[in-house]
Design a protein around this ligand. Structure first.
Ligand code: PYC
Length: 430
């Protein structure tokens, strides 16, 4: 993490310090005078808005409040370090090939924001639009892929169903023969999808928000939210109390506990989702491959490692550790698709917490408590939504008007029977 430059630029964007190639090398080797990417601040007694959660959602909301709406007196509170939750634990897949028109439009705006994010933040987020394949192993899966492709096309999103020979051309190592246990009948191919460097997204938003005056507070745990007369008055933390008229819940895993503090109940169940990474090997996989039936997705990083993920664990838990059952299952499923990977060693595994809603769509917007906003319930889709969630939440808070893109994701839909069923577009079956 460090300095990035527009082509030909020779100054650090905030400090204005001049750099030469030699100075960069000296910084890299010695660590001397390395400028901080964001600053530390004392907790102020009051802020215009407090964002809870220092992942991509919270940082993006704070950044767009500052960048798009000129709001500067904002704090982001993070219990651990920035990006220590879902933002640092996901498998960094970006796509917009959803099933519902609401979902497609929303995630596509996020994908578009990701396309220009490196330039917008002047920070290399390493977005690789290498294409995304969702395999179909049965007629009913193929029908769902066709359905998604049609909705995608109607919304202007590049997606189409392709057959086994085109799949084999894209992924030569894939076993597309007919005699296997789970034959590949086709796939939804989504060329703009891909992977990104998730830490870089967090650091890029953090640096840009800091440069605009946002206070980023790490190791700052929220212990209570003060509500009086039906509106938010402040936030209590392990470092002291803050007066504020606006609190935004941008947490994952603990979204229900934070909302409970404001007296707002959420229809969310929290489940871990596990992932793993292998030793690096020569590049051979340059698309993202997903199989809902086999509960697995895999991509290869720029460093050559294979990153795997599965569906959420079958029971609620707050554990962020991996399990042997997961490793065995994911390895078996990957080998069904690419038998030549046998022998590859797994280096690390971990899990992140997914807040599942009844319809697999998020909960965004206002609540019955004035000034208390929700950006939660991201299930297994949170990271890819970070930019658009930040942009729309910032617009809502600054203008008081709910942007059309998130109108369907309001909390009231669960009591009014307006669900936005997005389960059919989950990366894997749940
Ligand atoms: O929705 O693309 C996805 C996804 C990948 C991993 C978890 N969810």
């Amino acid at each position: 993490m460090g300095m990035v430059f527009r082509q030909g630029q020779r100054r650090h964007p905030r400090s204005g310090e001049r750099y030469s190639a030699l100075a960069l090398l000296r910084h890299g080797l010695t660590g001397a005078d390395w400028p901080k990417v964001w600053r530390q601040h004392d907790l102020a007694p009051s802020y215009d808005a407090v964002v809870i959660g220092g992942g991509v959602h919270g940082l993006a909301a704070a950044y767009y409040l500052a960048a798009n709406h000129g709001r500067r007196n904002i704090a982001v509170l993070e219990r651990g370090y920035l990006g220590s939750g879902g933002s640092g634990r996901n498998t960094a897949i970006i796509r917009s090939n959803y099933l519902t028109p609401e979902g497609v439009r929303f995630y596509d705006r996020s994908l578009k924001l990701y396309e220009t994010l490196a330039a917008d933040l002047n920070f290399n987020v390493m977005f690789s639009q290498r294409g995304h394949l969702t395999l179909a192993h049965s007629d009913s899966a193929l029908r769902t892929m066709r359905w998604r492709a049609e909705v995608n096309k109607l919304e202007g999103v590049d997606s189409r169903v392709i057959g086994p020979s085109e799949i084999a051309a894209l992924v030569p190592r894939m076993d597309v023969s007919a005699g296997v246990r789970f034959p590949i009948l086709g796939a939804l191919y989504h060329p703009p999808g891909g992977i990104i460097r998730h830490d870089a997204v967090v650091w890029g938003y953090a640096r840009a928000a800091d440069a605009l005056g946002v206070h980023l507070h790490q190791e700052t745990e929220v212990t209570g939210i003060d509500v009086a007369g039906g509106r938010v008055r402040g936030v209590r933390t392990n470092r002291g109390s803050i007066a504020t008229p606006v609190v935004v819940n941008c947490t994952a895993g603990w979204s229900t506990q934070i909302s409970d503090m404001a007296g707002v109940r959420l229809p969310i169940t929290t489940l871990p989702l596990q992932a793993a990474v292998t030793e690096p090997v020569r590049p051979f996989l340059d698309t993202v491959v997903v199989s809902g039936t086999l509960h697995v997705y895999v991509s290869q990083t720029d460093r050559g490692e294979l990153v795997f993920g599965a569906s959420v664990d079958p029971f609620p838990s707050y554990s962020q550790r991996g399990s042997l059952e997961f490793t065995e299952g994911v390895a078996a499923h990957v080998l069904e698709l690419m038998p030549s990977l046998a022998g590859l060693r797994v280096l690390r595994q971990w899990s992140g917490l997914c807040d599942m809603t009844p319809d697999y769509s998020p909960v965004m917007g206002e609540t019955p408590v004035e000034g208390f906003y929700l950006d939660v319930g991201w299930g297994t889709y949170g990271f890819k939504a970070g930019p658009v969630a930040g942009e729309t939440m910032a617009e809502l808070i600054a203008t008081g008007k709910t942007p059309e893109l998130i109108a369907g994701f309001d909390l009231a839909r669960f009591t009014e029977g307006r669900l936005v069923g997005e389960r059919g577009a989950a990366a894997v079956g749940h």
